[in-house]
Write a protein that binds this ligand. Structure first.
Ligand code: GTP
Ligand code: MG
Ligand code: NA
Length: 472
């Protein structure tokens, strides 16, 4: 019945895959946006979120919905984009931990690559249902574009040598997937979708196969996950990013997985200097089909739930639920991205909530060197900080202190404590954060070297070559 259906929340679909396989570009294709070209170095370095309402998905999948039978029961899809670069395995892990299904993107010209295999293992471990997008099919020789069309129509229009190339590449990749212990079939030949992974050939440039991919995603969630998608009242929310938003001060970008948030709710989040307890002043969402990461006009809400009725309000209605949510409140400076957001209820013990939000950060602090000798590390999010700490740990570089957010004078002062203890380590590694001018000036005066980069592996390279020079 409609009342039952109305209680299904939107599934969360996570896009995974090796660097440059076309994850962001595929989403750009669906959104008709250009997020990918705006990224530093063309690589994704944080988790992004976009809500696709069912009204839009219906239009986008119209051409394939005759051949793939599906009832549209869910209110929409929340799609999470993740980075493919090897440094971000923790963000991939976080993405898959909040999602219901995944799309693993494979470049048909490259086959399985290291982070494809890492992702496959992660999906197996999590028992997460997934599809494979076999992307960049337009790069097969002599490809005849067939803009935004279903894949079978497109393949039927290719010349025989193009189809032969496609077939032979696909057979090779099928073999590679088999050697990872999984069976895979092109989705329209797949007779056992519960056991065999469905593969959808796609192009993020010409759009072929994209309607098939969306429809299959909808079908997979509805078939396998009805129980999971039944709404629960309990709040489940993750902080994706902490950033200053024009007109709102420091804000949180969150993913609302379950439950409801209201203006005036008391929330508890992890802060660098300890737990933050504050009141939601404003709840905002980007417009549907827009990325939470990208500067947008926002829609205001009195309350937001992780669900949306099947009888959809028009897209412009303020009831338009979205689960990528921006929260404005006071005291959010120093909040840590990549941690849980909790709400204080009457019956809760506030001290319990406070210690619970601090758990992940406390875990990270264990990586800080007990000897008190090491470099100072600063990054934009907990995920990025984890990536940096991981790298430094593997390279046997001790870390004495960590922080999240822009580098201020106090961070330079902290690093300069090393001038006496271990002068070689009196430096700051800063990833994807601003250095405020006073901090920069002080560092210069004090002789603290600051390495900065907005591409994580550039930071590694700079730092490595600096250390090698010093050794020589
Ligand atoms: P990371 O986020 O850095 O892991 O990469 P990604 O998987 O998001 O790939 P991205 O969208 O950044 O695309 C990488 C490059 O491949 C870009 O230059 C895209 O234009 C190109 N590309 C992506 N999809 C396709 C496709 O289907 N066909 C062709 N020809 N090029 C593509
Ligand atoms: Mg990307
Ligand atoms: Na890329």
């Amino acid at each position: 019945s409609l009342t039952n259906l109305a209680r299904l929340r939107s599934p969360i679909l996570c896009v995974l895959g090796h660097v440059d396989t076309g994850k962001t570009k595929l989403l750009d294709k669906v959104r008709k946006t250009n997020v990918q070209e705006g990224e530093a170095g063309g690589i994704t370095q944080q988790i992004g979120a976009t809500f696709f309402p069912m009204t839009n998905l219906r239009k986008l999948t119209d051409q394939v919905s005759h051949s793939v039978k599906v009832d549209y029961k869910i209110p929409g899809l929340l799609v999470i984009d993740t980075p493919g670069h090897e440094s971000f395995s923790n963000l991939r892990s976080r993405g898959t931990s909040i999602c219901d299904i995944c799309v693993l993107v494979v470049d048909i010209m490259h086959g399985l690559e290291p982070q494809t295999i890492e992702s496959l293992q992660l999906l197996k471990r999590r028992r997460c249902p997934f599809l494979v997008a076999l992307n960049k099919i337009d790069r097969c020789y002599d490809w005849q574009p067939n803009k935004d069309s279903p894949i079978q129509d497109t393949l039927a229009k290719q010349k025989s040598h193009t189809v032969r190339e496609f077939e032979s590449r696909w057979q090779g990749i099928k073999g590679e997937i088999a050697s990872q212990g999984l069976n895979a079939d092109l989705y329209y030949e797949n007779k056992n979708p519960r056991k065999v992974v469905s593969v959808v050939p796609t192009s993020a440039i010409t759009g072929e196969g994209v309607p098939d991919l969306l429809l299959l995603g909808i079908q997979l969630t509805q078939k396998m996950l009805v129980d999971r998608l039944m709404l629960s009242e309990a709040l489940e929310a993750t902080v994706l990013e902490v950033k200053v938003t024009e007109g709102f001060g420091t804000t949180l970008d969150i993913i609302l997985v379950h439950g409801e948030l209201h203006e005036g709710d008391t929330i508890v989040v992890c802060g660098m200097q300890g737990p933050i307890v504050t009141t939601i002043r404003t709840l905002l969402t980007p417009h549907p089909m827009k990325e939470l990461r990208v500067k947008n006009e926002y829609v205001h809400h009195k309350s937001i739930e992780a669900s949306m009725a099947v009888a959809l309000p028009p897209v412009t209605s303020s009831l338009q639920a979205a689960m990528g949510v921006k929260i404005a409140a006071s005291g959010l400076e120093g909040a840590v991205a990549g941690t849980s957001l909790l709400r204080l209820e009457k019956e809760d013990d506030i001290e319990e909530l406070k210690s619970s939000v601090m758990e992940d950060l406390e875990e990270l602090k264990k990586d800080v060197d007990k000897s008190g000798k090491g470099v100072h590390v600063q990054a934009s999010t907990l995920g990025a900080l984890e990536a940096l700490l991981d790298f430094l740990h593997n390279s046997s570089i001790p870390v004495a202190s960590i922080n999240i957010g822009p580098v201020h004078k106090k961070d330079v002062i902290r690093a300069s404590a090393m001038l006496e203890r271990a002068p070689d380590l009196a430096m700051i590694l800063a990833f994807d954060v601003k250095i405020v001018p006073e901090a920069e000036a002080l560092a210069k005066k004090a002789g603290i070297k600051i390495f900065t980069a907005n591409i994580i592996y550039h930071l590694f390279d700079q730092f490595k070559s600096f250390m090698e020079e010093k050794k020589a």
